[in-house]
Design a protein around this ligand. Structure first.
Ligand SMILES: Cc1ncc(COP(=O)(O)O)c(C=O)c1O
Length: 437
C-alpha cells in the first residue's frame, strides 16, 4: 500500500476490471475511461493529458459564417462533392499565403476532417498500381491511421524516425521504397505524438525519394503552422509552414480545421492534391473504375462512396476562417499559442522532478513547445510509467501505441487548467520521492 493521491486499491481494482493483458498498450479511449471512472469513484481530480482534443473555443469567424449559411437554408441541399467554390478558392489562397505553395482551387477538396482525408488518400494511393499495396508510416504517428489501414484490409510498414533524423533518413527510406511495394508514405509535421518537426533538409530527402521511387507523400498538417519557434502566422510573408510540396509534385496535403481553428466538432478539413498528381492517370485506377485521374477518383469515386461530400455549413465556416486568416484579419496562430505556453510550464515541472523529454531535438535544435510533448522516467518502461502515474492522478498514453520504439509517454497540453500546474507539481514531487533516482 502506497501513499498515492488516488487510492491504491481503487486503482488496482479498476485497472483489473478492464482485463488488459498489458496496460501499456491501452488505447486512448481506455485510458480516458479508466481515469474518468477513478475520478468519479475516488473524488480525486485527474490531470488529463491523454486526449488530443482542442481545449480552446472555436474560431468565432467560423461559427458566424456557419450560422449565416444555415439561416440561408443550405441545410436542405446536398453540397457539391467537389466542394463549394468559396472554400476551394480560399483553401488555394490560404495554401499560397501560409505555405507559399501553388495548388489550384480545383485540387483543393473538402473532407470531413483529415481523418477522412487520410482514409481516402490511403485508398486511392493503394489502388494506383497492382503491386503497390502498402503504406509506409514515418513513425511515431497517429494510431487511428493504422486502424484505417486495418479497416480497409490493406497493409502498412513503419519505422521510428528517432534514430533516423537528418541524412540517415535517406538510406532508411530507400530500404523500404526500393522493395517496390510502397504506394505512399505518411507523416505528420509537427508530429503527433512527439512534436518534433522535420527540417527542410529532411523534407527535401522525402521529396527526392518520392520522385525517385514514384511514391505519393501524404503530408498530414493537422497542426498547421503550430511550430511556435517560428513566426508562421503572417500571410504572404516568410517564414512559411515547411512542406514536402517544395521538393516534389507527388504530394497530398491534409489541412485540418480541428486544431489550428479549434473546429474539431464540425469535422472539416481540406485535402490539397498537387495539380500534377490530380491530373495523373494510373493503370490501377483505370482498371478499377474504367477511367478517371487521381483527383477525380479521389472525389467522384472514393469521397462520394464514403460520405457524399462534406457538410455544407462547415465548408462555409472553413472558407471564412481561411479567408480571414489570409486577409490578415484573424491571427489564428496567436489563439493556439496557448498550447505552447502550457507545454513550456508542464515540461519544466516534469523535468524538475526527474523526468526527461524523449523526443527533445530536431537535430541540433530543441523542439518547439506545443500541443504534445513526450516524457520518460529513468528505469521505467512506457507502460509502467503510464500505470504508475495513474496512482498520482495523471493520465497520458504510452508511446508504444504510436509506433515509437522509445520508452515513454505522450502528454497533451490541451485539457490543462490553470490551477493544475500546482497540483501537478505537488503530485510529481511525491512521485519522485516514491521513486528516487
Ligand atoms: C496527426 C493527426 N492527423 C489527423 C488528425 C485528425 O484530424 P481531423 O480532426 O481533421 O480528422 C489528428 C487529430 O488528432 C492528428 O493528430
Amino acid at each position: 500500500m502506497k501513499n498515492t493521491p488516488v487510492d491504491y486499491q481503487a486503482v488496482q481494482k479498476v485497472i483489473q476490471a478492464y482485463g488488459l493483458p498489458d496496460f501499456g498498450k491501452a488505447t486512448i479511449r481506455e485510458v480516458v475511461a479508466i481515469s474518468t471512472e477513478l475520478e468519479q469513484q475516488t473524488q480525486t481530480e485527474f490531470i488529463h493529458m491523454e486526449m488530443g482534443v482542442p481545449g480552446l473555443k472555436p474560431a468565432q469567424v467560423g461559427v458566424d459564417a456557419e450560422i449565416e449559411a444555415l439561416q440561408k437554408g443550405i441545410a436542405s441541399i446536398y453540397p457539391n462533392i467537389n466542394g463549394i467554390p468559396e472554400l476551394k478558392n480560399e483553401a488555394s489562397r490560404f495554401i499560397k499565403a501560409f505555405m507559399n505553395i501553388t495548388v489550384s482551387p480545383e485540387s483543393c477538396v473538402p473532407v470531413t476532417g483529415s481523418m477522412q482525408g487520410t482514409y481516402a488518400s490511403f485508398m486511392v494511393c493503394s489502388q494506383c498500381w497492382p503491386e503497390r499495396d502498402t503504406i509506409l508510416f514515418i513513425d511515431p504517428g497517429f494510431p487511428v491511421q493504422k486502424q484505417q489501414i486495418t479497416v480497409m484490409g490493406s497493409r502498412y510498414e513503419s519505422f521510428d524516425v528517432y534514430e533516423y533524423r537528418g541524412e540517415k533518413l535517406r538510406e532508411k527510406l530507400e530500404s523500404f521504397l526500393s522493395k517496390g511495394n510502397i504506394a505512399a508514405m505518411i507523416y505528420s509535421n509537427p508530429n503527433n505524438p512527439a512534436w518534433f518537426c522535420l527540417t527542410e533538409d529532411e523534407l527535401k530527402i522525402i521529396g527526392e525519394m518520392a520522385d525517385k521511387y514514384d511514391v505519393v507523400v501524404i503530408e498530414d498538417l493537422a497542426y498547421f503552422a503550430m511550430d511556435f519557434r517560428k513566426e508562421l502566422g503572417t500571410p504572404f510573408e516568410p517564414p512559411y509552414q515547411p512542406s514536402v510540396a517544395n521538393y516534389t509534385e507527388n504530394y497530398v496535403l491534409q489541412i485540418s480545421g480541428s486544431k489550428a481553428f479549434s473546429y474539431a466538432g464540425q469535422r472539416i478539413g481540406v485535402t490539397a492534391i498537387s495539380d500534377k498528381l490530380y491530373q495523373r492517370i494510373y493503370p490501377g485506377l483505370t482498371k478499377r473504375y474504367g477511367g478517371g485521374t487521381f483527383g477525380t477518383v479521389y472525389i467522384h469515386r472514393v469521397l462520394y462512396a464514403l460520405s457524399s461530400g462534406t457538410s455544407h455549413s462547415a465548408q462555409y465556416a472553413l472558407a471564412a476562417m481561411f479567408k480571414a486568416a489570409s486577409d490578415g484579419t484573424f491571427d489564428f496562430i496567436s489563439e493556439v499559442k496557448a498550447y505552447g505556453r502550457r507545454a513550456e510550464r508542464l515540461k519544466k515541472i516534469f523535468t524538475d522532478y526527474g523526468f526527461r523529454i524523449v523526443y527533445d531535438h530536431d537535430l541540433d535544435e530543441p523542439i518547439a513547445d506545443g500541443f504534445y510533448f513526450t516524457i520518460a522516467y529513468p528505469g521505467m518502461t512506457g507502460g509502467e510509467l503510464m500505470e504508475e502515474l495513474i496512482y498520482y492522478g495523471v493520465s497520458a498514453i504510452s508511446l508504444s501505441t504510436t509506433g515509437s520504439n522509445q520508452q515513454g509517454l505522450r502528454a497533451c497540453t490541451s485539457f490543462i487548467k490553470d490551477h493544475q500546474y500546482a497540483l501537478l507539481e505537488e503530485r510529481l514531487k511525491l512521485f519522485s520521492q516514491n521513486h528516487p533516482l
